[in-house]
Design a protein around this ligand. Structure first.
Ligand code: FES
Length: 122
């Protein structure tokens, strides 16, 4: 029950314009993308990736702007580009730009890492 209240609080924070807080981000290693689920994945929830590039944490949508694939978590190409395995396009989580300008940009979100947590304006 407590976990449900926490999740509800996080979702309400999103609607209030406050950042979502993701804890444990100090464990995110350089060149890695981690998927974050917000809300009900079978309902109106959504996902984004937290990616560490050159020591900083960036957030990028999982929705690929090419043809509806999903940008996935895991090791990033060259340690800096998040991958969509459908056609192997790669996106820079700092800007959302695809490597080689193959399609439009993926959506990115403002982040601020504070200690072991990351604030994300989704
Ligand atoms: S749908 Fe993502 S690369 Fe084509």
């Amino acid at each position: 029950m407590l976990a449900s209240h926490k999740m509800l609080g996080r979702i309400l924070d999103v609607f209030r314009g406050r950042p979502m807080v993701v804890t444990g981000t100090s464990k995110l290693v350089e060149g890695e993308a981690k998927r974050i689920d917000v809300g009900d994945p079978l309902g109106d929830g959504f996902q984004f990736l937290l990616c560490r590039v050159e020591g900083k944490v960036y957030a990028i949508t999982t929705e690929c702007p090419h043809e509806g694939g999903q940008i996935v978590e895991g090791p990033m190409r060259d340690g800096r580009y998040a991958l969509c395995p459908l056609h192997m396009y790669a996106f820079d989580p700092r800007t959302g730009r695809p490597q080689g300008d193959m399609c439009s940009k993926a959506r990115t979100f403002k982040t601020r890492e504070v200690g072991d947590e990351c604030h994300v304006w989704v």
